[in-house]
Design a protein around this ligand. Structure first.
Ligand SMILES: [Zn+2]
Length: 306
């Protein structure tokens, strides 16, 4: 049974008119989760926002968090041409922070969780937002879990079509953390070519798997079975955090992969069966065609549940 955490404050963040990263994404997935709960596949959980953004100081430069929290800004303003800080963005980030704390506290009561929130986070760097992302949710969650118990072994697997440059920058080299990403390359944000791959003393480290435009289900299957699962198995994580981005779908307007729901179902199924005693948290990243996004998330969740 997967517990779904819907951060309703994330609806307040506005990426701007005509922007693919819209509140409609969260609304569509919330509808899906209501449907799946009726089918007995998930159970939903309310989240409570935090008072401030302090938790994000674990992953970000304090000056950057001070800047985000500082009142008196003229809104909206842009952190980069694609990334907007809107009047509701601060509330959305407080919602995210509250959800991270809650999920980490409750991780023993559930084996698998899905965080439905926006904006995405994996491009947010230590001292800057970029690529639709204001704060790095998954990196913050990983560092909060490690602070609570430094003996934890945390794997972060990112299957969004874009490289999680922010996550790698923040978590790369942290003992006890393994970062794995598959992504289209060359492509935005231009990082993740695999040259920085390394294995640390505990099997931790970085594994980037750049894949070309046009990567389809069969290509992805081979990369997943040949490189990702063996490395994850070698590392033996006790927590698996997944940057679950669905913009590798063939109908997605941003990515250049040709994946279908089949791949997302396969990922969910294999992770769930191989890491059957590991807490698996999936955090929504990209996915910008609402129909493809909804079908892909359903397939992934059904895979995790099988
Ligand atoms: Zn993406």
């Amino acid at each position: 049974m997967i517990t779904t955490y819907f951060v309703k404050e994330s609806l307040f963040h506005d990426s701007g008119p005509g922007h693919p990263e819209s509140a409609g994404r969260a609304r569509a997935l919330n509808m899906l989760f209501i449907e799946m709960e009726k089918e007995g596949l998930t159970r939903s959980h309310e989240t409570t926002p935090a008072q401030n953004l302090s938790l994000f100081r674990l992953a970000h430069d304090p000056d950057y968090i001070d800047f985000l929290e500082r009142p008196g800004k003229t809104l909206p303003f842009h952190l980069d041409p694609d990334t907007s800080f809107s009047p509701g963005s601060l509330e959305a980030m407080k919602g995210l922070s509250g959800a991270i704390s809650m999920m980490n506290r409750e991780m023993n009561s559930s084996r698998s969780a899905f965080l439905l929130a926006r904006p995405p986070g994996h491009h947010a760097r230590r001292a800057a937002g970029m690529g639709f992302c204001l704060v790095n949710t998954i990196a913050t969650q990983a560092l909060d879990l490690l602070r609570e118990d430094p003996t934890r072994r945390i794997a972060v697997f990112d299957f969004d079509v874009h490289h999680g440059n922010g996550t790698e920058e923040i978590l790369g080299g942290t003992p006890g953390i393994l970062y794995i990403s598959t992504h289209q390359y060359p492509f935005y944000p231009g990082t993740g070519n695999g040259q920085g791959n390394h294995i640390g003393p505990m099997g931790d480290g970085i594994l980037n798997i750049p894949l070309p435009e046009g990567t389809d289900d069969d290509d992805y299957y081979r990369a997943f079975e040949s490189f990702i699962l063996p490395r994850l198995t070698l590392f033996k994580p006790n927590v698996l955090l997944v940057s679950a981005g669905f913009d590798g779908h063939r109908d997605d307007p941003l990515g250049g992969f040709l994946l279908t729901e089949k791949t997302y179902r396969h990922i969910g199924k294999r992770l769930s069966s191989i890491f059957s005693s590991v807490f698996i948290v999936s955090i929504l990243e990209g996915g910008y065609n609402l129909e493809a996004l909804t079908k892909s998330v359903r397939s992934y969740m059904e895979g995790l549940n099988s």
